[in-house]
Structure formats: C-alpha cells, structure tokens
Design a protein around this ligand. Structure first.
Ligand code: C2E
Ligand code: CA
Ligand code: CA
Length: 828
C-alpha cells in the first residue's frame, strides 16, 4: 500500500494524475449511460453495446496514457505505435465482451460481465505497458501485479453489478466504482514496476514521444467528450421524441378505443334492428317479396320461398325477377302465360293492386302489391286455396246433396220455379220417385249399404233423364225428375216406366243382391198446375197412390188424391195417441189342423178401434206404423197381449204373432219375446212368430243365430206370405222354420186354370221333405179346402173356417172345432 502511495506521490506528476482520474470518471459515466441505453432499447441494443464498449475502451486507454504522462521515471520514454493501437483495440473488444455478457439480467452473469470488463482493463494496461520504450530495465513485483489485476477485476465486477441494482444510489455509484477499478489497477500495477536505468534504447524508429502521445490523448479525450455529449443529447432528443410518440400513441389508442366502443354500440344496435326485422319478416303469416325498380330481388322471407318453391340459389338479393319467373314456369308452378307478369306490371304502373294467381298445382295465391317510392314493388303473398275452396264447397253443398251429388231440394225448387216461369206456356212433367223396399234394406243391411244403393239409384236416374232434365234427391229414398218440354202424359209415362225398370234391376254389392224397385207419382204442368209448390205436392200425392195400390208402378195425379194424403197424416198422428190410450185390440183367426180337424192355433191380428172412425184395418195403419217406427211399441204390445190371451187357452193351442222387420232389427227381440212369455206364463213352445222374407235380408249369420236361439227356446218360426217375396228356396234350407204359410194369392186361384195349384203342390211337397208344416192362408171356399187337404197341406186358415174374432170368442170357436174327425168332413 505504502509502495503504491509512494509510487503515486513520488513518481507521478499529481496534476496529470488528477486529469487522468477525471477522464476516467467521465468515460465511466458515459459508458454506463450507454450501457443503460443498451438495456432499455432492445432493438438497437448492439449499437448501444458497441458504443459502451468504445467509450469504456477509449476511457480506459485515455486514463492509462494520461496517467503514464504523469509518470516521471526520469528517463527518456517512448511508445511503440503498433502495440499502443493494439492496446486500444483490446480494451474496446474485451471490455465490449464483458458489457455484452452483463446484459443478461441474472446477477451472477452481470458480475461475470463486469469481471470480463475488468480483465479488459488489465489486458489493456499490460499491453500498454508493453508499448512503453524506456532506457532502463523494468522489474515487476509479481504479487503487486496479481493484486492490481485482482483489484481491477473485482471492482469492475462490483461496478457493473451495482449499475444494475434496483437501488438508485447504488446504481449511481457504479461509474465511480468502475473508475476506482481502472485507477486502482493502473496505480497498483505502476507500483509493481521498478525501472532501473540501463542501455539507451533507440527511440527514433516506430516509437512515439510523449508530446505526440499528449496530442493523441487530447484528441482521444475530445473524441470521448464528443461521443459522450452526442450520446447524451441524442438520448435526450430520443427520450423526448419517444415521449411525444408515446403521448401521441396513447392519444391515438384512446381515440381508437372510443371509436371501437362507438362502433360496437352501433353494430349492436344494427344487429338488434336486423334481428327485429328478420323476426318480423319470418313471423309474417304471408309471403313477402320486395323487388327494386330494376326488377331485382331485394328482400324476401322464407314463406315467400316456400309458397312458390323458389330454390336457394335464386334466393339471393339481386336475382332478377325474370329468372325466378323462368324457374317457376319450368318447374310447373306458374302457367306459361303472361297473365301473372302482366298483373305485376300493371300493378306496378298503378298505385298498387290485389290479384289472385292460380298455380298449376291447384293452389290459389292472393297477391297484394304496393309500389315503393323508390320505384320498386313490395308484395305480400297469401295462400287462399283453403278459403276459396271452402267457399266453393259451401256454395256447392248449399245446392247439392252430399251423398249423391245431385242438386238438392232447394236447388230443385229453384230450378222448377225457373222452368215454370221461363216460358209463357211451360210444358213439363214432375216425377216423384220413391224406392219401394229401401227402408227394409237400410234397416236390415245397414246405412253404409243403404247409402251405396242411393248413390247407384241416383246414377241410374241420371243416365235415364234427358240432358236438360233435372234429377234431384229430395231426401231419404225420394228422388224427383223434371222432364222438360213434355205436354202429354205419354212421354212422362214412358220415362216413368223406364225408371221403374232400371230401379227394379238388382243392386249387387258386398255379396248381397237386393231388389229395391220404385214407385212414381207424376204431375203435369200446365195440365195439373203451373205453380211449383202445387206441382210438387201433386206428384207427391200421385206417388202415395202408386205405393198404396201396388208398388213398382207409376200414377198420374188425379183430383181427390190429396184427401188420401191427409188421411195418412191423420193416421200417423192418431197412432201416437192410440199407443198412449190403448186403442188397439187383438183379434184371433184360427188355424185348423187338417189331420185332426181341430184348431191347433190362432194368428193374432191387430185392430185399431179408433174413437171416431171405428175399426181401422192393419193394412191401413201398419205400413204407416212401419214407416214411422211406431210398429215397435205396437208390435210389442200385440206380442204381450197375444201371450196373455193364449195362456187361457188349452195347452195344445198355439198363438202366432206377426213380426215386422223393424222389430227384428232392434236386436232385443229375444228379450222382448222371453219377457212376454214369462209375463203371461206361457210355454215358449206355444208361441209362433211369423216373419216375412224381408227379415231374412238382414245379415244372415246374425238372423240365423237369433232364430236358432228362439227355436232352441221352443218358439216356432213361420215364414209368412211365402211366394210373394224372393221365394228363395235356399232360405228354406238355411233357416229353422217350423212352418211355411202359403200366401193367399195362390190359394185364391187354386181352383182356377192357373199354375197356382202346381206351385202350392210343390211348396207342400218341399216343406214335407224339409220337415216343415204348411199353412194355407185365405181359404174361403170348400173347393180350396178340398184341394189343400188333397195335396197334403197341414193347416188351413181363412174366412172358410172363421174370420178373425175377439179373444172372448175364442172358446166358442175352440168348442166348435173340438177334435172330432167326423167334423172335418162337415167343414169341407
Ligand atoms: P197376414 O199376416 O197375411 O194376415 C192375414 C190377413 O189375411 C189378415 O188380414 C186376415 O184378416 C186376412 N184373411 C184371413 N183369411 C182371409 C180370407 O179368407 N180371405 C181374405 N181375403 N183375407 C183373409 P188383416 O188382419 O187385415 O191383416 C193384414 C196384414 O196385416 C197381415 O197379413 C199382417 O201382415 C199385418 N198384421 C196384422 N196384425 C199385425 C200385427 O200385430 N203385427 C204386424 N207386424 N203385422 C200385422
Ligand atoms: Ca201373418
Ligand atoms: Ca200372410
């Protein structure tokens, strides 16, 4: 330490030492400034590091040589220029490497970088000493040399480490410590050398003298000062510029943010509006389209696309209407005519418009068009097919019969009135047609079956009527025809005959063959009347007459017919009262057994004891009762009454009760029958039910099961009026009849020349073979009785034996026909 002190004080010019220290401090300060900048400014870091290295290197070098100027060895001194220059380069390069390493922020690496800077200082010093040419011998004190290097390296490491300290004071002390490192190394190293005067060296070749060195050093100092100044001012300007830039940037950023916020708000609002209008568009009940003034699609909704079946590739704003129209014509949606287009164009020309387009698939679209201020057009499209169709349907239904499609009664009345009003002298025939056996068939085979018959009957009628004639269904099984241009009864009669013929042809479906037949009433205009209501009523009356007299015929209106109609109406009304008040009575007509000659049973035949009109016969009210279903309560009453009366008769005498198809159809026949028997305490074997063939038209399996059950109970089943209906022999085989009643029309002609006898004979023989008994009805003469007995008929019934008698008279009759074979002969 003492040696160092002595070296500085005794061997150096102290003024120059001070200068060297100042230079050293100055360079150190600038170097750290540049180093700091290298850390901050990442993009120009190599530049700043280079500057640091240059400033520090030159500073070290300048310090060294100014200190060397202060060195007074009292011997001539010179410097080798090459080595001197090399020492500068080494100072810059090695310390530069140190600065570069120290940029890494890790503390150890920073210290290592500082140490390398220290190595740079040391290397520079000893190479610089190597450039010294002096007339003497230099002897080195090894330990001091080591100490100088150690000090330089450690202090440099410390300085660089301090410069990166987070404490400002410590950071600010870094240049001072680095300056100390440089100076310490230098002066301790100078103390380590001793120079002993010796051989003079040649100072002329290549060596530089102190004066030159002084100039170079001064220039070096100036250079450093200049670089430092430049650096600082540059740094300051840079900082200001950066500050300005930052301010500008932040202002800009703020502006951008603000704009972005405004734009977001606007976008959100636009989006909301777009969503709203999309929702409104898509939730519209109708299709909507907007085309611009150049006929190009602008706006549309999905309904519009769906309505016309516009494909996706055409559903693009800007698509010309022409393209869409072409597509729709090609796809068969639009008719290939210009009507639609013309409508649009005319609607465009005018203020707007409403029109209907009939699409080829049958749909009807209502278009409402509005011209836009811009010249384009906005249109709504509504599928009005259902509305238009139902309006048409309602109009059609109002005038037609839904079942047959014929004009209905209202339309018919209108047409009749029009036909009568049309010409000054109208000629027409009004035919009212009633299906004879429709009710039975409808009751027995069911309504769907009945409906088919009505439809087929309507077809047959339409085929027969003239093209101008009007065919209608008035309701139920009643039809009517207006035959136009007919002035005499002949043509009308011919048409009626053709119609009856046509409706007499069997109807065949669902495995059933039924014959319905028809009756017709005719009124003529103007002969009978020219008033439509009167005319309809008159043909109606003629129809009643036809039905009452003989079904399957036609009758013209005759004056006086309306009295019969009134009669029928009064019967219907009277029947209801009769049921309530018990105005019916059952008469009994005996059935005589031809083998025993005794009465084996009675047929119950109803009478109506009318309070004012006296006794009314069944043929005058039973058909009305059957038409109105009043036969149900009447029939049940007869059954119960007959059972009650029969219960008082001898046990071998039976009672036969007539059944209408309606009673059979009700489905409770077995219960009704068994109840009547039970109430009267009559054995089932004493009851016989008379049914006609029309009952058998009903669902065969069901009828069979009912009849089988009744038979099983012991109730007899008689087939009434055999020979008048279908007389299907197969019925005889498939149903369990106990008896067949030969209709009185055959009996009446039995003695005549007709084939009645042959038919009766055959029927009796067939019945015998099938194990059935036969009863001949309407036996009025001894001759008839004789023939029947001869043919083997089992029973007879008729006025010849007895007319129907009141229950009270039955015992007397039974008495008269007590079993006595001798008396049969008397009867005969
Ligand atoms: P029907 O079942 O053929 O009854 C026999 C009819 O022939 C009876 O007429 C009877 O008086 C009549 N008659 C009997 N013997 C003779 C005769 O020798 N000559 C003539 N010309 N006629 C004779 P009625 O009592 O007027 O009955 C007519 C029809 O009325 C019956 O024909 C039957 O189909 C029906 N009917 C009568 N009572 C009832 C009933 O309680 N219920 C049902 N559903 N129908 C009944
Ligand atoms: Ca009968
Ligand atoms: Ca009969």
């Amino acid at each position: 330490m003492l040696r160092v002190y002595a070296c500085i004080v005794q061997e150096h010019d102290l003024r120059l030492v001070v200068v060297a220290v100042i230079i050293c401090l100055l360079a150190s300060c600038i170097a750290f400034s540049a180093f700091k900048q290298a850390q901050r400014d990442k993009t120009r870091e190599p530049l700043w590091t280079a500057l640091t290295a240059i400033v520090a290197g030159l500073g070290i070098w300048a310090t060294h040589f100014v200190a060397m100027l202060a060195f007074e060895p009292n011997l001539p001194v010179g410097y080798d220029i090459g080595t001197t220059l090399m020492s500068v380069v080494v100072a810059v390069v090695v310390s530069g490497m140190g600065w570069r390493v120290a940029l890494d922020p890790r503390p150890a690496t920073v210290a290592l970088g500082g140490a390398i800077v220290g190595v740079g200082v040391a290397t520079m010093h000893f190479i610089g000493m190597g450039a010294l040419e002096i007339a003497g011998l230099m002897v080195w004190d090894r330990s001091l040399v080591m100490a100088s290097i150690g000090l330089g390296v450690v202090l440099s490491a410390l300085a660089v480490r301090l410069s990166r300290s987070s404490s400002r004071v410590l950071a600010r002390s870094a240049p001072l410590v680095l300056a100390l490192a440089i100076c310490a190394l230098h002066f301790v190293a100078m103390a380590a050398v001793r120079i002993y005067p010796g051989n003079a060296v040649d100072l002329t070749g290549g060596a530089v003298d102190s004066a030159t060195l002084a100039t170079v050093v001064t220039a070096g100092i100036l250079l450093i000062m200049l670089a430092g100044f430049g650096l600082l001012s540059f740094e300051r300007t840079l900082a200001r510029v950066q500050l300005d830039e930052a301010a500008q940037r932040s202002a800009l950023a703020e502006q951008i943010l603000q704009t972005a916020a405004e734009r977001d708000a606007l976008t959100a609002q636009l989006q909301r509006e777009a969503e709203l209008s999309t929702a409104a568009l898509e939730n519209m009940v109708h299709g909507l389209s907007v085309y611009d003034e150049n006929e190009r699609l602008v706006v549309f909704n999905q309904k519009y696309a769906e309505l016309y079946g516009i494909p996706a590739h055409l559903l693009v704003p800007g698509t010309p209407f022409f393209d869409i129209r072409e597509h729709l014509v090609a796809s068969g949606t639009f008719p290939d005519n210009d009507e639609f287009y013309h409508n649009i164009l005319s609607a465009k020309r005018e203020e707007g418009g409403r029109f209907e387009v009939s699409l080829l698939d049958g749909r009807i679209v209502e278009v409402r068009m509005k011209r836009m201020p811009s010249g384009g057009r906005l249109a709504t499209h509504e599928d009005v097919t259902a509305a238009r169709k139902s309006a048409q349907e309602i109009a059609w239904l109002a005038a037609h019969d839904a079942l047959t499609g014929l004009p209905n009664r209202t339309a018919f009345a209108r047409k009749l009135a029009a036909a009568l009003a049309d010409a000054p002298d109208p000629h027409l025939a009004m035919l009212t047609i009633d299906l004879d056996r429709f009710k039975e068939v409808n009751d027995t085979l069911g309504h769907p079956f009945g409906d088919r018959i009505l439809r087929h009957a309507a077809e047959r009628l339409s085929e027969l009527a003239g093209t101008d004639d009007v065919v209608t269904r008035l309701g139920g099984d009643e039809f009517a025809v207006i035959q136009l241009g007919v002035s005499d009864p002949v043509a009308a009669g011919e048409l009626a005959a053709r119609i009856i013929d046509a409706l007499d042809r069997p109807f065949e479906f669902e495995g059933h063959t039924v014959v319905i037949g028809a009756s017709i009433g005719i009124a003529l205009a103007p002969r009978d009347s020219a008033n439509p209501d009167e005319l309809m009523q008159m043909s109606d009356l003629a129809l009643y007459r036809a039905k009452a007299e003989s079904r399957g015929t036609h009758r013209f209106f005759e004056p006086g017919m309306d009295a019969r109609l009134r009669e029928r109406r009064s019967i219907e009304a009277g029947l209801r009262v009769a049921i309530r008040e018990g105005q019916f009575e059952v008469l009994y007509q005996p059935q005589l057994d031809l083998r025993s000659g005794a009465i084996s049973g009675f047929e119950a035949l109803v009478r109506w004891n009318h309070p004012t009109r006296g006794v009314i016969q069944p043929l005058d009210f039973i058909p009305v009762a059957e038409d109105t279903s009043l036969i149900i309560p009447i029939g049940e009453w007869v059954l119960r009454q007959a059972c009650r009366d029969a219960a008082r008769w001898p046990e071998d005498v039976k009672v036969a009760v007539n059944l209408s198809p309606a009673q059979f159809k009700r489905g409770d026949l077995i219960a009704v029958t068994m109840n009547a028997l039970a109430a009267a305490n009559l054995a089932p074997g004493r009851l016989e039910l008379e049914i006609t063939e029309s009952v058998l038209l009903h669902d065969e399996t069901w009828v069979r099961s009912v009849l089988d059950r009744l038979t099983a109970f012991g109730v007899g089943i008689a087939l009434d009026d055999f020979g008048t209906g279908y007389s299907s022999l197969s019925y005889l085989r498939s149903f369990p009849f106990s008896k067949i009643k030969i209709d009185r029309s055959f009996v009446a002609d039995l003695a005549g020349a007709s084939d009645c006898r042959a038919i009766v004979q055959a029927t009796i023989q067939l019945s015998e073979k099938l194990g059935m008994r036969t009863t001949a009805e309407g036996v009025e003469t001894a001759e008839q009785l004789d023939i029947l007995a001869h043919e083997g008929c089992t029973q007879v019934q008729g006025f010849r034996i007895s007319r129907p008698v009141p229950a009270l008279a039955v015992p007397a009759l039974l008495d008269r026909y007590a079993p006595d074979y001798g008396r049969v002969a008397r009867v005969v």
